[in-house]
Design a protein around this ligand. Structure first.
Ligand SMILES: Cc1cc2nc3c(=O)[nH]c(=O)nc-3n(C[C@H](O)[C@H](O)[C@H](O)COP(=O)(O)OP(=O)(O)OC[C@H]3O[C@@H](n4cnc5c(N)ncnc54)[C@H](O)[C@@H]3O)c2cc1C
Length: 407
């Protein structure tokens, strides 16, 4: 059996690793000249435990996220031979209820406690699964004094500790690239723009344009193209019967000057806000939705959005985000942009079901559980929904392919 995996983002790379571990050779396609060059590295690497999704009252998104989060470190421990705690690089996030939150402080507090109880249940007997962190403690509410010191208390109405951490996606990408380069059963086809997947009687032909037109035969094909996924599915007659949005979102990261205290990792809920991720190595990542959301597309294929924006957008995002967040994170006040080191501005597409933006509390974007592997015969389309979920769905997809009878 031979499998064509379309898309060398984190989802495609994880599927390739999970397939070869089951003895199945893979050809991995990407249109760029490097694996892991798009959304996989354009994010802040938060490994979601579900606390963010207070606008999904069913708790289904939280349940889904914790399933992915608890599979994340074990997957890389298995396939990259990394110790469980090797990837946890940020300080745990405090959850902050913003003054304009779509949920009240009481609702958020109740939601967080509920999710944490579900997490304790889900992690029983797997205490080390989340980067070796102990998940058995309570979500401690901050005292007024602590809240007033770290944030503007008129905007940050309540703060709760959480155990949620972020990995550094660039560091992870480098480890994954190295592992794939060492794996003879994964053939990588870079600079191959996949244009269609055609039935050829007993299997599929992946059609791609590289230096010349290429056509290659496989028994199974996995579509893990993220923002390129719908185009290929549609050519196979698989058009979703519901609305979706591609949103272009950016984030900025830098090292603060030594005299500036590092801000706490903080996620502002519930609505169009953002977060501060404070990595243990001193890097600070910021994203603020009203500044960093730059485009929305409901087309089958979104425009080709740049991962690293050029000027003047680069400066606009850096200065705008810093200015917006400095209003309620005092340690970001009086920071001179010229003093920042290692500045990066990066972003990418977020693909999700929904017709309205998250300013609408009823938007489907506030839910993220109708995701995963959809198989039509031996053609598998994978929507990870979040980086968090990629390893989990990789094992689901690989197990499905390995368990199917070869044609
Ligand atoms: C700003 C931002 C912040 C985010 N923060 C988080 C977070 O903190 N936590 C979290 O869990 N998730 C987060 N996400 C979501 C997460 O990044 C994505 O869910 C995940 O990376 C998508 O899967 P992927 O890595 O496989 O996608 P990608 O990296 O986009 O991989 C898809 C690959 O397919 C290739 N491709 C596309 N079309 C074609 C074609 N026709 N032919 C050949 N190749 C093609 C692309 O070049 C690309 O390499 C964030 C996303 C953004 C944009």
């Amino acid at each position: 059996m031979r499998v064509g995996v379309l898309g060398g983002g984190l989802q495609g790379c994880c599927i390739a690793l999970a397939l070869v571990a089951r003895g199945i050779p893979v050809v991995l396609y990407d249109r760029n000249n490097r694996l892991l060059s798009r959304a996989a590295i354009a994010n802040e690497g938060k490994i979601h435990l579900g606390y963010m999704y207070a606008n999904d009252p069913s708790r289904s998104t939280a349940r889904m996220m914790m399933q992915g989060a608890l599979a994340f470190a074990p997957f890389f421990a298995r396939y990259l031979e990394l110790p469980a705690d090797a990837l946890a690089l940020s300080r745990p996030a405090a959850y902050v209820v913003h003054r304009d939150s779509q949920r009240s402080v009481e609702q958020v507090a109740h939601y967080l406690a509920d999710v944490h109880a579900l997490l304790r249940e889900a992690s029983e007997g797997r205490r080390d699964a989340y980067f070796g962190h102990d998940l058995s403690g309570d979500l401690r509410p901050w005292s007024d004094a602590e809240r007033e010191e770290a944030f503007d208390p008129s905007i940050a109405l309540a703060v709760f500790d959480s155990p949620e951490v972020a990995i550094d996606p660039l560091a992870l990408a480098e480890l994954v690239r190295r592992r794939i380069a060492q794996e003879p059963a994964i053939e990588v086809r870079l600079n191959h723009d996949v244009t269609s997947v055609e039935d050829d009687g007993s299997g599929f032909a992946v059609c791609a344009t590289a230096e010349s037109y290429q056509r290659e035969r496989f028994d199974h094909v996995v579509n893990a193209l993220w923002d390129g996924r719908f185009v290929i599915n549609e050519k196979r007659g698989l058009r979703p019967g519901r609305p979706w949005l591609h949103r272009l979102k950016y984030g900025v990261s830098f090292r603060l000057p030594e005299h500036v205290p590092l801000p706490p990792s903080a996620t502002f809920v519930s609505g169009p806000f953002g977060e501060v991720v404070s990595y243990r190595d001193g890097l600070t990542y910021l994203t603020w939705y009203p500044v960093c959301l730059k485009a929305i597309s409901s087309e089958v294929a979104p425009p080709h959005w740049q991962t690293y924006p050029a000027e003047p957008l680069h400066s606009e995002l850096l200065e705008g985000t810093l200015q917006a967040m400095a209003q309620f994170v005092p340690s970001l006040r009086n920071v001179d942009v010229a003093e920042l080191q290692d500045v990066t501005v990066k972003g990418g597409a977020i693909v999700a079901w929904g017709a309205t933006d998250i300013y609408d509390p009823a938007s489907e974007l506030h839910r993220r559980f109708e995701i995963g592997v959809t198989s039509t015969g031996n053609f598998h389309s994978v929507d990870p929904g979040k980086l968090t979920m990629a390893p989990y769905f990789a094992d689901v997809c690989a197990a499905r392919i390995a368990g199917s009878s070869a044609p």
